[in-house]
Design a protein around this ligand. Structure first.
Ligand code: ARG
Ligand code: GLU
Length: 706
């Protein structure tokens, strides 16, 4: 019986055939799936989703700040994304006196909107299959090197041609490991201003305790506005810029959602690896994730112990801490999901069958065993690479030393600063959020782990010598943090005044550490890591093509690569464990249940308590409460944060912001039973803007449909 259940469970995993609602589809090809969308309830046409002839939904979606998604919600360039996507911008305008993280920020008129130095958004103008053009004059007798050169040359030509005389930029991306190439043309806007953000006790309600979890009650949104020059074209920040007039903006449905409703998520998922081999998946779940999790646990515990003691430190490390915690928790869910679903065994079985099929197909015959042996070779380098990321580069002082060095040039034997103004800004920015005490405590534990777990040949001689000189990692940390000029702001910034020679900087222990680890990484780790990975990618190109022939009944979709994608499905709950069933929507009642002034993550603003007490929810209420979040089975990933969640009529019903923990392995294998994306109900957003923040002028700009 047990065995039988297991087989049933396994057969629900995504491969080899594609299940309902799995997939991240290319917008320009959505016409090929429009029947399926319509069967599931969608009422509009493929042209409404993506068109180069008329305004379509894609014209209301932006890649926000490079890592998130946002959508236009008014004809005056108003955009909405997640609170965690606007977090750095909100933080950068915050101080102990004006703590917008703690208290929220609301412009009450356009003049009060806050410009952001390092924030841009881009729209997709169009996309196109350019495989033929990219591979023009390539033939399969050529070497890989020749192929690469041809691709680079052809791509540069295509990009030059499509951007000539425009304000556009373009990229060409490989799909299916180089079996296909697509051109993406973008228009990027640089003047993006902060308009509104709820306090973190709403926008990050539940904090890292609830992150990646359901039931969820996070009001994870923030609002920005795109500005353009007087011709509605992209421009750097200027007082004379005006609100951008979009080709298209979403209207908002306040009608409400219910289980079974069609939903579509349209955004920029970052990276998935659905076609990986079993060996690669087992490296992720059995080796890489457990180690990376451990290293981050050490960092988180240290940060937390200091943040609890001091409000200034809490603000300083809020964004850093959230970033560290986010992947830390995701990796745990992912490793668990891979195990639970037996994904490795399932893939092994698939590979066995593929091999039998490939026996009389010379093109594919050796591909699996080839990949297998390459992964064996790769493993020590992947492992060292993981540690380089998580135990070396994560030491702030080491990475900062590298940044400073990149601004030092050698002029006739003298070391001078190449770009003083930029370096000054970078240094100011670093010290604003830097606690040497936290960094030092992390340094001790992370370098201790590096020493213990990484082969001697990947440990720099400098590091080994210092460790023995100072009798261990702690002694060395004392020495480094007492002696590096970069540790304190006043000493660090003093290098900006030096106009004669900075060669002494190369004797600074933080700089020496940076150089020692960069040297060993670039000589002993990176070359092999890159070389083997290149060979792996090459074989994947063949394996991918082979999978498409072998599983000819399966519809393939390209892995996410930060390009615009469509996922669609329905609102639905799930059952994460025996006897447990989660309903798909949460309400304000849950916020009140969780509310606890003694627990930082669950301490709601006093004003929320009052609003609740008065039960005056206005048009945003439903069944005596206010809807807050909902679940659906759309296939999403990191980068889909802030994506519009769209109903069958093309109206905005929510903002995507997370996935459930049990389903985070969807980056390598999608399970329709367990994979759910979490969205903020748009009615909660409106409720907060209206009843909490009294920023109704924003709602007046929007088109609401009842
Ligand atoms: N898990 C979400 C995502 O991957 C939200 C992250 C931000 N929130 C947090 N509590 N760290 O980005
Ligand atoms: N929070 C994620 C993001 O920032 C989205 C959640 C996910 O990984 O699906 O993109």
């Amino acid at each position: 019986m047990r065995k039988f259940l297991l087989i049933v469970a396994l057969s629900m995993v995504s491969f080899p055939t594609l299940h309902a609602d799995e997939g991240m589809w290319l917008p320009s090809l959505i016409k090929e799936r429009i029947q399926d969308l319509r069967k599931k309830g969608f009422r509009l046409s493929a042209e409404d989703i993506y068109s180069i002839n008329k305004a379509s939904m894609k014209d209301a979606i932006v890649h926000f700040g490079g890592g998130c998604t946002g959508e236009v919600i008014s004809d005056k360039g108003l955009i909405i994304t997640n609170h965690h996507c606007g977090f750095e911008s909100i933080q950068s305008h915050s101080s102990v006196e004006h703590d917008y993280l703690r208290d929220g920020f609301w412009a009450m008129k356009m003049e009060e909107e806050l410009p952001n130095d390092n924030l841009s958004v881009k729209f997709l103008v169009r996309m196109e299959d350019v495989t033929g053009k990219v591979l023009k004059s390539y033939n399969n007798k050529m070497t890989e090197e020749e192929r690469k050169m041809i691709i680079a040359r052809n791509s540069a030509g295509i990009i030059k041609e499509v951007t000539k005389g425009t304000t556009y930029d373009a990229t060409i991306e490989s799909l299916y490991y180089g079996n296909q190439y697509f051109l993406f043309v973008y228009e990027t806007f640089y003047d993006v201003r902060l308009v509104g953000a709820p306090p973190s006790s709403i926008g990050k309600f539940g904090g890292d305790t609830d992150n990646w979890m359901w039931p969820r009650h996070t009001g994870d949104f923030s609002i920005f506005r795109i500005y353009a020059d007087k011709d509605n074209k992209p421009a750097k920040y200027s007082e004379s810029n005006v609100p951008y007039k979009p080709k298209k903006h979403f209207s908002i449905s306040t009608k409400g959602v219910k289980e079974g409703d069609f939903t579509m998520v349209y955004g920029f998922p970052g990276r998935t690896q659905e076609y990986l081999m079993s060996k690669a998946v087992s490296y992720i779940s059995d080796i890489s994730n457990p180690h990376k999790i451990r290293l981050r646990t050490l960092r988180l515990e240290t940060q937390k112990s200091y943040m609890e003691k001091d409000q200034a430190v809490r603000i300083m490390y809020a964004s850093k801490n959230a970033n560290v915690a986010n992947a830390w928790k995701k990796w745990q869910g992912e490793a668990g999901g891979i195990k639970r679903l037996g994904i490795i065994e399932r893939k092994r079985d698939y590979e066995r069958r593929f091999n039998i099929w490939a026996e009389n197909r010379p093109e594919y015959r050796g591909v699996i065993s080839g990949l297998d042996s390459l992964y064996v070779l790769l493993e020590p380098y992947s492992f060292a690479n993981d540690y380089n990321n998580e135990a070396i580069k994560s030491n702030e002082i080491i990475t900062f030393a590298g940044t400073v060095l990149s601004y030092i040039k050698n002029e006739d034997g003298k070391f001078l600063i190449s770009n003083r103004d930029t370096l000054r800004v970078i240094m100011e920015d670093f010290y604003k959020d830097y606690s040497p005490a936290i960094d030092k405590a992390c340094f001790i534990s992370l370098l201790g782990e590096y020493r213990k777990n990484i082969e001697a040949k990947f440990q720099p001689g400098y590091f080994k010598a210092k460790i023995s000189e100072f009798g261990g990692t702690e002694g060395f940390a004392d020495y480094l943090f007492n002696n590096s000029i970069l540790v304190s702001k006043s000493a660090g910034m003093s290098i900006l005044e030096n106009t004669t020679d900075l060669s002494s900087l190369f004797k600074d222990p933080a700089v020496e550490m940076f150089l020692a680890f960069t040297d060993i990484y670039s000589k002993s780790i990176k070359p092999e890591y890159t070389r083997i990975n290149n060979e792996i990618t090459l074989l994947y190109r063949i394996y991918m093509k082979g999978q498409m022939e072998f599983s000819s009944d399966r519809t393939f979709y390209p892995d996410a690569n930060s390009t615009l994608r469509i996922a669609y499905g329905k609102i639905c709950g799930y059952s994460p464990a025996d006897a447990v069933y989660y309903k798909p929507s949460s309400t304000l009642e849950g916020i009140i249940e969780k509310d606890n002034p003694l627990i930082y993550d669950y301490n709601i603003p006093q004003k929320m308590r009052e609003v609740y007490k008065n039960q005056d929810f206005g048009p945003w209420g439903s069944n005596g409460s206010v809807p807050v979040c909902f679940l659906a089975d759309n296939h999403t990933s990191g980068g889909n944060s802030g994506s519009p969640v769209i109903n069958k009529k093309g109206e905005l019903i929510g903002i995507n912001f997370d996935r459930v923990w049990e389903g985070t392995m969807s980056d390598v294998a999608f399970d329709p039973e367990m994979c759910r994306n979490i969205s903020l109900d748009i009615r909660y957003v409106l409720f907060i803007i209206d009843r909490y923040a009294n920023a109704n002028w924003l709602i007046e700009e929007m088109d609401l449909n009842k």
